[in-house]
Design a protein around this ligand. Structure first.
Ligand SMILES: Nc1ncnc2c1ncn2[C@@H]1O[C@H](COP(=O)(O)OP(=O)(O)OP(=O)(O)O)[C@@H](O)[C@H]1O
Ligand SMILES: [Mg+2]
Length: 298
């Protein structure tokens, strides 16, 4: 229903086709006409997971990506991470083609991916170790990000001694310790309980505000997307393309679940995004008619 979604008076400077106007402060990651295929190595059969996808992400933006299961969200993230080449189209970061993995792009997966034989401090410092940073310096850096992630007094514990939420925060601290310019997060909070998830979401907002990292965050949750995002991109069923992009204006650094739940603008935005996610495949909008909306969420 992208085309019939109430179009807005948005203060967005997006050009309306998935690309961002240069006035917004430049483009960090730019994706144009992207198609991503998986090829079965035995049969040679090609499966198109993402098609004709246009998307620009601004520096320091927090972009959430929503879409039905199998629409290509993880595939898109893998491609931006550099694990999967473009079959068609282009992906650039700071104007340079993305041609493989790089330290400037850090990934946080749904599974915590901590090494069970390493303590928290060494897990958090792992990326720095792989890059040859000397022990004292990488431990200092890892401690800084463990503190930012609100993890105190656990550096000598092992992953099996931590709760799910703590493990996920170690994973976030490890990624941030690498000083990525772009953090790619694939449903990182899906495996933790609802209460912990809310705490992690509130913390992530503050962590990101302190580190100025650009974030692309995949989720199934409309509420999570609106709560965390500066913008929410909704994908079509696979092969995925961008159905619509929704702005979530309003101050974010101070956002809490208590404040947004009482905010009618948040509730209205949630309904709007939900209807975009649930719209039937037949009502796929082209990116050029992507709707946007503006509401102020506290
Ligand atoms: N390694 C692979 N080889 C072949 N096909 C794959 C592979 N990984 C994913 N696919 C297919 O590509 C499409 C997109 O998958 P993807 O994992 O990106 O979806 P998703 O949007 O992340 O789904 P979910 O919300 O369930 O995580 C699906 O049809 C899937 O079956
Ligand atoms: Mg996925």
């Amino acid at each position: 229903m992208g085309a019939s979604f109430p179009s807005s008076t948005s203060r967005s400077e997006r050009r309306g086709d998935g690309h961002i106007d240069e006035r917004r402060g430049g483009v960090k990651v730019s994706i144009s006409g992207l198609a991503l295929d998986y090829v079965n190595p035995d049969t040679g059969v090609r499966h198109r997971a993402v098609e004709a996808l246009d998307l620009d992400i601004a520096p320091n933006e927090f972009l959430c990506v929503l879409g039905p299961s199998g629409c290509g969200k993880s595939t898109l993230l893998s491609a931006i991470a550099g694990f999967l080449p473009a079959s068609e189209g282009t992906m650039t970061m700071d104007g340079k083609a993305i041609e493989g993995p790089g330290a400037e792009r850090g990934v946080v997966f749904q599974e915590y991916a901590l090494l069970p034989w390493m303590n928290v401090l060494d897990n958090a410092a792992l990326g720095l170790k792989l890059r040859g940073v000397p022990k004292q310096r990488r431990h200092d850096e890892a401690r800084k990000f463990l503190a930012i992630a609100n993890l105190y007094g656990v550096e000598h514990k092992f992953p099996h001694e931590l709760s799910g939420g703590m493990k996920q925060r170690v994973a976030v601290a490890r990624t941030l310790a690498n000083a990525p310019e772009v953090m790619l997060m694939d449903e990182p909070f899906a495996a933790v309980d609802a209460q912990t998830r809310m705490v992690l979401q509130e913390e992530l907002i503050r962590i990101v505000a302190r580190t100025q990292v650009t974030v692309i965050f995949i989720t199934h949750s409309v509420e999570e997307a609106i709560f965390l995002g500066d913008r929410v991109a909704v994908m079509t069923p696979g092969p995925g393309r961008i159905r619509s992009i929704v702005d979530v204006p309003g101050p974010k650094a101070t956002r809490t679940w208590q404040s947004v739940n009482a905010d009618p603008a948040f509730v209205a935005l949630r309904e709007q995004v939900l209807s975009l996610v649930r719209a039937p495949a037949s009502s796929v909008a082209t990116t050029s008619s992507a709707a946007s909306t503006a509401a102020t969420v506290a």
